[in-house]
Design a protein around this ligand. Structure first.
Ligand code: SAM
Length: 211
């Protein structure tokens, strides 16, 4: 992250990790770091994967694609690592061999790579609902443009949020970037944050920006 850049996430560390989780962070995570420039043509990126429920689903359904997840919250990263590794050997389970993890701010990752992505998922980005925190919102015009520049031809950015005020705000940021979007109904797996439904809305709304 560049020095003066505003943080878009809250904590990096939550409650103390278990012995196994810490071992996975120390020994397995370094082996799953994504390559700087991906050699595979079929790569999907999920930004802010939380505990990784949706990321795992992507990996299971697209075994021939590389699935990269970016998440700076280390307890979330540890949850994902626990779920994708064998409890006895710590080796990555066959269904999840295609997962790579960038355990930090995705903005840095994107600046450092020329890789292009078939899909970029952003599910339930932190809504930062207080007006004084609005500048912390991830999906601002410049960032949306950065994501767009990393799409393959025909690639798409898929955004979902149950915070409808943030949804409207994002649509304005997309328009400022002079991009167009559609608002389809999407049936995707429920993430942990979606289960909490802090915004109290009836359902998440989705946006797709297509290259
Ligand atoms: C509200 S949570 C949602 C997590 C998950 N997508 C879900 O639906 O359960 C938003 C997540 O985005 C992550 N996040 C925020 N800013 C980020 C950034 N710059 N790069 C990567 N992840 C980020 C946070 O750490 C947090 O885990």
């Amino acid at each position: 992250m560049e020095k003066q850049e505003i943080r878009t996430f809250g904590r990096r560390h939550g409650k103390k990790l278990s012995g196994r989780q810490q071992r996975l962070i120390d020994d397995v995570l370094p082996k799953l770091r994504p390559l700087k420039n991906n050699i595979s043509e079929h790569v999907i990126l999920e930004i802010g994967f939380g505990s990784g429920e949706h990321l795992r689903n992507l990996a299971e359904n697209a075994p021939n694609k590389t699935i990269i997840g970016a998440e700076p919250f280390m307890n979330g990263v540890a949850s994902l690592l626990s779920a994708i590794t064998d409890i006895n050997t710590d080796s990555v389970l066959p269904n999840y061999q295609n997962i790579r993890i960038y355990a930090d701010d995705v903005r840095q990752f994107l600046r450092d790579t020329d890789s292009k992505f078939e899909q970029i998922w952003v599910l339930h980005p932190d809504p930062w609902p207080k007006a004084r925190h609005e500048k912390r919102r991830l999906l601002q015009t410049d960032f949306i443009q950065l994501l767009y520049n990393h799409l393959t031809p025909g690639g798409e950015i898929i955004i979902g949020t149950d915070h409808w005020e943030y949804y409207d705000w994002i649509t304005q940021e997309i328009e400022k970037a002079k991009l167009s979007y559609t608002s389809p109904d999407i049936d995707t797996i429920k993430t942990r944050y979606q289960e909490k439904n802090k915004a109290g809305t009836q359902h998440p709304k989705y946006l797709i920006i297509k290259n």
